[in-house]
Write a protein that binds this ligand. Sequence first.
Ligand SMILES: [Mn+2]
Length: 242
Amino acid sequence: MRVVVAHENLDFDALGSMVLAGRLFPGSFLALVGGLEGPLKEIAPLLEDRLDLVPASEIPLDRVSEVILVDNARPERIGPFKALVGRVPFWVFDHHPRAPGDVPAVGGRVQEVGATVSLLLPLLMERGLVLTPLEATLAYAGIWEDTGGFSFPSTTPVDLEAAHHLALLGAEIPRVRAWVRPHLGEEARSVLKELLKTARVVEVEASASSWPGPRKRVTCPLWPPWPTPFWTCTRRTGCSWC
Ligand SMILES: [Mn+2]
């Protein structure tokens, strides 16, 4: 069997790359090392029924004949699959700089661009493969997160071109803003801390159809520049939550 693996502490680029690699190598098992955490855990219900993610612990190592490693080349970050390094062929698709001790690859693509998704997508395009809107959105979220919304110096034309194609394939860009938490700089974090000190809770009445449930955590993706819990958002942004 062939497995697609990324790394523990899965992020959007890793998950998006796993999904794309799964399309590129049909019949592969998408193996989760360490489970879903952070924002990915919050959207897990959306993913569970639609992506076939298998916990690494459920994959019999002695039946694995090939590993597709994405968004990572470090053997210490792949859990039990480390034991297969040197025993089965590894393909590596990664945007991190090569370093001593990286998994030796029989093939793949390693190039320093903004996101691994951006390396995989052209290969899918060449084969004329089409993505579902969810797959395209996850992949877009991967590029968005790893390039800081196309603002990090690591962003390249390859990333912009991949994002362009994902938008054409149906990536739901408004969702990405809600899914991906911006990495705040030190100054922004201290401003946020001050703002939270003076924040007041506002009771908002909403119709049953628009209110997603009293205990469900909902953030407004549009206001202020970083997502805000619905119940502290006093600004009607016109997004679906306000
Ligand atoms: Mn990445």
